[in-house]
Ligand binder design. Structure first.
Ligand code: ZN
Length: 712
C-alpha cells in the first residue's frame, strides 16, 4: 500500500521536473537570442535618438585654512570624449587621436566602434593638446571642461586634506568626509543631431549648468601646521623613528589647529606613494600610552577624592599585585613622596597604589567620560577606538597596569582630547577639523560650533591637576619641555611596544602630552615618536619637541611670556648647552660640567659624534646632555669641506661639527696644516675629515682657546 503511493509521487515529481527544465531552456534560449543575434539592432535603435547629453563637471569647492589661506583648489582642465554613433571613420579618427594623445591606436579604434552613447577618450589633459584636438574637427569627438585638484602647499597637512580621484570624488581626509559639501552637482550640455548623426547648428542646445561645490574653512592654522611639521621632520631625522605624529588643538573650542604625521606624502601625486603613507596614524593608530596616561589616573583620583596632593606614598622599588611584581622605572624606588612628587617622578609604584584605591568601577567611569574605548567623532576617515579589558572581566592586576598606562591602547586623538578636557576646566569637547562651509557667494551654509560632550571632572579638580602637571615640567620628568617664561603643564611617556607574545625588545613609543599656558591654556598638544633609534625616553626626546613647538605656537598666538609661574621668576636658572660635538668624550664632559650640566654617554667611543639636546638649546641648570660617539644623526644632502688651514683643534672641530662633519685629529695642538678630503669637495654629512695639526709654537699655542660657536 505505502510503497505503491510512493511510486506515484515519485513519478509525478519527475514529470514536473522535466516540465520546469523545458521552460528554463526556453527562457535561456530567448535571452541568448536577444543578447547576441538581435543585439546590434537593439543598440542601433537605442543610439538613434537625436539627443545627446555631454556631462559638465561641477567645480569642486576650495579648502581653506582658518584664516582663508588656500589648501586645496580646483583648476579647469579639459577632457576628450566620443559619441561613437557620430563617428564616420573610426579607424582614421583613432589614428589621428592616438598620435596626439599618446594612446594605443588599435585599442582606441576598437573602443570607438563600440555601441555606446558616450565614452571618455582621455581626461584632464593639457590645454595645448586640447586645442590641437579641437583643430582636428573630428565628427563625434568633443571636449568638455573638468577640474583638476591642486594642493598649492604641497605636502602640508596632507593627512588632514586627503586627496581626490579621477572623477573628482574625495578619497581620503576631509576631501572624503566632506565630499557632499565640496562636490557640487554636475550639469550637462544637451545637443540635438539629425538622423545621420550630424549636429543641428540651428537646434536649441539646452545647457543645464553644474552647481559648484561649497568651500570649506578648516580649523587648521597654516602657520601652526608649519611649525609642527618643521619640528616633526627634524625629530624624525634625529631619532630615525619609524614615524612621528603631533596633534595640536585649542582646548577652549576643540578645534584642531594642526595635525601631522611624518613620513607623509604629496596629495598632488598621491598615487606615487605607498598607501601606507596615506594612513593618518594620529587618529588610526591605537597604541599603549604608558606614563602619559597617568594624567587620567591623576584626574580620576583627585576627582574621586581618593587622594589629596599632599598624601604620602612609599615606593620601595616594586609592588606586588596578584602575585606579579610591578617595578618602578627607578631602581631601588623613590622612597617616601607626596602625591605631587609621585606625579613629578612619574612613579609607577605610587600610581599603582592610586589606581587600586580608585577601584574598577570609578576608573571605568572616568575612562568612559574621557572618551576612551570609543572614537572621538572627529570628522576624519579611519578613526580607531582603542582597546581595553572589559569592565566585567577586569582584575586588580589590570587596574594596576592601566593606572600606569599599560595594558590599554588609545589613539593619539583620544589622548589629546582628554588632556584638552583637563585644560578646559573639565569639559570635554569633540575635536573638530572644519569651522564652516560657505557657498560660492561667500554665505555661510553651515557653521560648526564647539561641541561639548560631557563634563569629566569639576573645574576645581581640573585646576588642581593643572597645577600638578605644571610642576612635572618645572621640576619633574618633563623638565626638557620647559621654556623660560612659559607656563607649560604636561606629562612624559615611554612605552614598550607590544609584539608577538609580549613586549617587543627595543621597540618603544616616546611621547609627551600637555598644554600651555597652564593658567589659561591656549593649546593642548601631543607628541608621539614611534620606534626611535637610540634614546627612547619621552622625557629625553619627546619633551624638547613639545617645548619648542608650544613656545613657537604661543609666540605666534602672541601669548606674552609670563616670567615663570605665578609671576615669579623661573624656579631654576637656565643655561645654553655648549657645543661638544667632535670633542674627546672627557673634554666634552668637562665642558658640560663647567656650564653647570651633567653628561651621559650612551656609546663607548672616545669622541663625541652627536649630542642631545643640540648645541645652544636652553635647558635647566643640572640637566643631562646625552653624548653619542657612534651614531651621528645628520640632515640629508651634501656639505662642502671647509678649509681648516691654520685653525687650532678646537676651532676646527667646532667648524666641522657645525657642518655635520666628524673629525679624526692627529699631530699637535697648534693650527691645522693638512687635511683629507681637501677643501671644496662635496661629501655626505657624517663624513670623517682627517686633520693634522702642527706642533705648538709653529702657529702659537692656541689649542685650548675657548671658541664661540660660529652660528647659533
Ligand atoms: Zn617610583
Amino acid at each position: 500500500m505505502a510503497s505503491a503511493s510512493h511510486v506515484t509521487i515519485r513519478r509525478r515529481a519527475a514529470v514536473l521536473f522535466i516540465f520546469v527544465v523545458f521552460i528554463m531552456v526556453g527562457l535561456i534560449g530567448r535571452l541568448v537570442y536577444l543578447q547576441s543575434w538581435r543585439s546590434p539592432w537593439l543598440a542601433e535603435n537605442a543610439t538613434d535618438q537625436r539627443i545627446r547629453e555631454i556631462p559638465v563637471e561641477a567645480k569642486r569647492g576650495i579648502i581653506y585654512d582658518r584664516h582663508g589661506r588656500e589648501l586645496a583648489v580646483s583648476t579647469s582642465s579639459e577632457s576628450v570624449y566620443a559619441i561613437p554613433a557620430e563617428i564616420r571613420n573610426p579607424e582614421e579618427t583613432a589614428a589621428k587621436l592616438a598620435a596626439l594623445l599618446t594612446l594605443d591606436r588599435d585599442a582606441l579604434a576598437a573602443k570607438l566602434k563600440k555601441r555606446q552613447s558616450f565614452l571618455w577618450i582621455k581626461r584632464k589633459i593639457d590645454a595645448a593638446i586640447a586645442l590641437e584636438v579641437r583643430k582636428l574637427g573630428l565628427p563625434g569627438i568633443g571636449i568638455t571642461q573638468e577640474n583638476r585638484r591642486n594642493y598649492p602647499q604641497g605636502r602640508l597637512a596632507a593627512h588632514v586634506l586627503g586627496f581626490t580621484g579621477i572623477d573628482s570624488q574625495g578619497l581620503d581626509g576631509v576631501e572624503l568626509t566632506f565630499d557632499s559639501y565640496l562636490r557640487g552637482r554636475p550639469g550637462a550640455i544637451v545637443i540635438e543631431y539629425d538622423a545621420r548623426g550630424r549636429e543641428i547648428p540651428t537646434a536649441t542646445h539646452r545647457y543645464a549648468p553644474p552647481v559648484p561645490g561649497q568651500n570649506l574653512y578648516l580649523t587648521i592654522d597654516t602657520v601652526i601646521q608649519q611649525i609642527v611639521e618643521r619640528e616633526l621632520e627634524k625629530v624624525l631625522r634625529e631619532t630615525q623613528a619609524k614615524q612621528v605624529s603631533i596633534i595640536a588643538l585649542d582646548p577652549a573650542t576643540g578645534e584642531i589647529l594642526a595635525l601631522a604625521n611624518k613620513p607623509d606624502y604629496d596629495p598632488n601625486d598621491f598615487a606615487a606613494f605607498t598607501p601606507k603613507l596615506w594612513r593618518n596614524n594620529a587618529i588610526s593608530n591605537a597604541y599603549e600610552p604608558g606614563s602619559t596616561f597617568k594624567i587620567i589616573t591623576t584626574a580620576a583620583a583627585i576627582g574621586e577624592k581618593v587622594v589629596q596632593p599632599e598624601d604620602r606614598f612609599f615606593d620601595p622599588g616594586a609592588i606586588e599585585v596578584q602575585g606579579r611584581h610591578i617595578h618602578c622605572w627607578r631602581q631601588g624606588g623613590h622612597g617616601s613622596q607626596s602625591f605631587v612628587e609621585v606625579v613629578k617622578n612619574s612613579c609607577n609604584v605610587g600610581f599603582v597604589n592610586v589606581g587600586l584605591r580608585l577601584g574598577a568601577d570609578a576608573f571605568y567611569r572616568y575612562f568612559a567620560a574621557f572618551g576612551f574605548n570609543k572614537p572621538t567623532g572627529v570628522d576624519l576617515p579611519g578613526e580607531a577606538r582603542g582597546l581595553m579589558v572589559e569592565h566585567a572581566k577586569v582584575k586588580p592586576i589590570n587596574i594596576a597596569t592601566m593606572a600606569i598606562g599599560q595594558s590599554i591602547a588609545v589613539t593619539p586623538v583620544q589622548l589629546v582630547t582628554a588632556a584638552a578636557a583637563i585644560a578646559n576646566d573639565g569639559v570635554l569637547l569633540r575635536p573638530q577639523i572644519v569651522r564652516e562651509a560657505r557657498d560660492v557667494e561667500g554665505r555661510v551654509t553651515r557653521a560648526f560650533a564647539p561641541d561639548p560632550v560631557t563634563r569629566v571632572i569639576e573645574a576645581k579638580t581640573a585646576q588642581t591637576v593643572k597645577g600638578i602637571l605644571e610642576k612635572v615640567v618645572e621640576e619633574g620628568t618633563g623638565r626638557n619641555a620647559y621654556h623660560e617664561g612659559f607656563r607649560i603643564a604636561g606629562k612624559t611617556g615611554t612605552a614598550q611596544k607590544v609584539g608577538e607574545g609580549g613586549y617587543a625588545q627595543g621597540r618603544y613609543v616616546a611621547s609627551f602630552v600637555g598644554f600651555a599656558p597652564a593658567d589659561n591654556p591656549r593649546i593642548a598638544l601631543l607628541v608621539i615618536i614611534d620606534e626611535p633609534v637610540g634614546p627612547y625616553y619621552g622625557g629625553v626626546i619627546a619633551a624638547p619637541v613639545f617645548g619648542t613647538v608650544v613656545r613657537d605656537i604661543l609666540q605666534y598666538l602672541q601669548v606674552a611670556p609670563q616670567g615663570g609661574p605665578a609671576g615669579k621668576s623661573a624656579p631654576e636658572a637656565h643655561v645654553a648647552v655648549p657645543p661638544v660635538i667632535n670633542l674627546p668624550v672627557a673634554d666634552a664632559i668637562r665642558e658640560l660640567k663647567a656650564a653647570g650640566l651633567a653628561a651621559r654617554t650612551e656609546e663607548a667611543g672616545d669622541r663625541v659624534a652627536d649630542q642631545v639636546p643640540k648645541p645652544l638649546s636652553r635647558v635647566p641648570a643640572g640637566a643631562s646632555v646625552l653624548l653619542y660617539t657612534q651614531t651621528p644623526r645628520y640632515a640629508a644632502g651634501e656639505v662642502t669641506i671647509p678649509d681648516l688651514t691654520g685653525l687650532p683643534p678646537r676651532e676646527a672641530a667646532t667648524l666641522l661639527a657645525d657642518l655635520g662633519l666628524l673629525i679624526a685629529p692627529a699631530g699637535g695642538s697648534a693650527g691645522a696644516d693638512r687635511q683629507d678630503p681637501a677643501p671644496g669637495g662635496k661629501v655626505a654629512p657624517g663624513t670623517k675629515v682627517s686633520v693634522h695639526f702642527g706642533d705648538a709654537g709653529k702657529f702659537g699655542n692656541t689649542g685650548n682657546t675657548n671658541i664661540k660657536p660660529l652660528a647659533p
